[in-house]
Design a protein around this ligand. Structure first.
Ligand code: NCD
Ligand code: ZN
Ligand code: ZN
Length: 439
């Protein structure tokens, strides 16, 4: 096999720590084959898949079934999140033993109707996860605040797109991030704040980091590049949790990436099919849209525009995610000893995003028609082509591997010496420093 890379540039493949590949249960929206093919086309070589599927990934059986599906179909490497809720606390040891990349905890309701734990349940959950060294990723929106606002808006007859934004004001996230940071500090459980959408959330995040809490944060292209004025232009397709907010939030989010308060860019790839995205009443439209395939082109466009350097982009798309989950030094950076997880990109290629051309099964995004500059031409995972000359390498199906065994993280600092939950829920010793899968 020869490769002409004249004029192209080499980047570490992106690590997207937040995707919903919908399997099992919602495979009309996506599956591990279509989702990881979309990743390959987007220059993304590792994805972390969320547990809001049917059944939710909250038991050893559900996790084993998901591992089987993913290993059979995946084109790129992956981690699988375990669901952390009040009814899955007892399953934490089995989920860790079964190979999770980390846990996902829903502080507020979103797609899949996963129940949110009480604050007490969350404290117990953090106490139990802390000694496993796994990171808990948070959908940080407070359920009770949202529910009250949404029912008032509905009762008042509001069903326009902006009603979705009004039902989830930034305080919903500010309250949740602040509360999660306090519980993380108390228990020593490391946490990650998903889909940061507002300037207001940055303060509790920055304050927690300043206090030494092991907290990381992600934002997404939709919060960096879209604003409330896009609701009219894009229509209900823009509906996502948390909502796209007023454009005044964009500059603080970019500044937070630059200062390190926000660590990384993830996509929250949340595919739904057109029938589920186009309705008259915004509250009945499924929330979310695909993003794993468009993240790198959208961000390289910002590099071309001078908004960030290429090394900033690599830090936020690959290096920092790898460090936060202990994938470093095997993944996330081009250096001796690292896996050959590589995106070979044309930084000058100007093109227009077309939903119909996406690999994702859900061919509807708010990015349709957007002009971008920059395109992944070839993608390699552990040295193997998975996408070559903008063509899927069919033989790479099923070559993606779980990355949960490459973690090598120091034991967390437990702030509260009185924590007792771990004695009630038996925790096995974390398997640290295990050899990299497929290395
Ligand atoms: C996600 C989904 O559809 O699974 N939707 C979304 O709007 N982001 C769930 C989530 O991440 O909250
Ligand atoms: Zn979420
Ligand atoms: Zn999500």
């Amino acid at each position: 096999e020869t490769l002409d890379a004249t004029g192209l540039h080499v980047l570490p493949g992106a690590i997207d720590v937040h995707v919903h590949f919908r399997e099992p249960g919602y495979t009309h929206k996506e599956d591990f084959g279509t989702g990881t093919a979309a990743a390959a086309f987007g220059g993304v070589t590792t994805v972390f898949d969320m547990p809001n599927v049917i059944p939710p990934t909250g038991t050893a059986e559900a996790l084993a079934a998901k591992h089987a599906l993913a290993s059979e179909k995946a084109y790129v490497d992956y981690g699988l999140y375990g669901l952390l809720g009040e009814d899955t606390i007892a399953h934490v040891p089995d989920l860790v033993a079964g190979g999770v990349i980390g846990f996902k905890l829903y502080m507020g309701n979103t797609f899949g109707n996963i129940p949110s734990p009480t604050t007490g349940g969350m404290l117990e959950a953090f106490e139990v996860v802390a000694p496993t060294a796994k990171r808990v990723s948070l959908h940080a929106e407070t359920a009770s605040i949202m529910a009250r606002r949404e029912s008032r808006l509905r009762a008042a007859g509001r069903k326009d797109p902006l009603a979705h934004l009004a039902a989830r004001p930034a305080v919903v996230a500010v309250e949740a991030v602040s509360r999660a940071a306090v519980l993380s500090e108390w228990t020593g459980c490391r946490i990650h704040v998903l889909h940061i959408s507002s300037a207001e959330e940055l303060r509790p995040l920055a304050e927690a980091k300043a206090r030494g809490v092991d907290v990381t944060g992600e934002t997404c292209p939709q919060y960096l590049l879209l604003g409330a004025e896009d609701y009219d232009r894009i229509g209900p397709v823009i509906r996502v949790n948390p909502p796209v907010r007023e454009a005044r939030n964009q500059a603080p989010l970019w500044a937070a990436l630059a200062s390190g308060v926000v660590d990384m860019i993830a996509t929250d790839h949340a595919p739904h099919i057109p029938d589920e995205k186009v309705r008259d009443d915004i509250f009945t439209v499924d929330c979310g849209f695909p993003g794993v395939e468009t993240q790198m082109p959208l961000m390289l466009t910002e590099v071309a525009a001078g908004r960030m350097s290429i090394s900033d982009y690599v830090r936020w798309s690959a290096v920092n995610p790898a460090k936060a989950w202990g994938l470093h030094p095997h993944k996330g950076i081009l250096q001796p000893g690292a896996h050959a997880d590589i995106a070979i990109v044309d930084l000058k290629r100007a093109w227009t995003i077309d939903d119909a051309a996406l690999q994702s099964r859900a061919k509807i995004t708010p990015w349709h028609g957007r002009a971008v500059t920059g395109l992944p031409i070839h993608t390699l995972v552990r040295g193997r082509f998975v996408m070559k000359d903008r063509t899927l390498v069919e033989s790479a199906r099923g070559t993606g591997r779980s990355v949960h065994t490459v973690q090598d993280m120091p034991a967390p600092r437990v702030a509260n010496p009185d924590a007792t939950m771990t004695e009630i829920v038996k925790i096995p010793a974390p398997s640290r420093g295990a050899a990299a899968t497929g290395a």
